[in-house]
Write a protein that binds this ligand. Structure first.
Ligand code: CA
Length: 145
């Protein structure tokens, strides 16, 4: 099954471009154009990862991130925060709110895909990666966070 990425972005052209690039890489995507929609959509079907824009109307990306982290079903959901701000204090605030990673706009689609891949690798259990010759007793599932 294709990994499902939720894109939270109010600027339609940017959301479409990212969605296009991710689907071309084999991901399934859905776009939410504001924070409330993002929270509703996440309850409906848990995404494998969220790309969350900081600058959203009404509820900011930071607040969406905090709310997702407070909920049991999205506590460990990988979140990549997206923003036009590049200040260190903003980066720290983004990570403090619970984001796993941070990308400054404009970003390269190639780097975004690489970061998503890395985030998914960290968040997924390694069950599928047990070497064929390793006894189950020696294979220990290690949570990454
Ligand atoms: Ca925006």
């Amino acid at each position: 099954m294709k990994p499902y990425i939720l894109i939270v972005e109010d600027e339609a052209p940017q959301a479409e471009m990212l969605s296009y690039n991710l689907e071309r890489e084999g991901y399934r995507t859905r776009v939410a154009s504001d924070g409330d929609e993002a929270l509703a959509v996440t309850s409906e079907e848990a995404p494998d990862l969220v790309v969350l824009d900081w600058m959203l109307p009404v509820v900011s990306g930071i607040e969406v991130c905090r709310q997702l982290r407070r909920r049991v079903d999205s506590k460990h959901l990988p979140i990549i925060m997206l923003t036009a701000r590049g200040e260190e204090t903003d980066r720290v605030r983004g990570l403090d709110s619970g984001a796993d990673d941070y990308m400054v706009k404009p970003y390269s689609p190639g780097e975004m895909v690489a970061r998503i891949r890395a985030s998914l690798r960290r968040s997924r259990p390694v069950s599928a990666m047990r070497p064929w010759n390793m006894p189950v007793s020696l294979w220990i599932w290690r949570p990454t966070r």
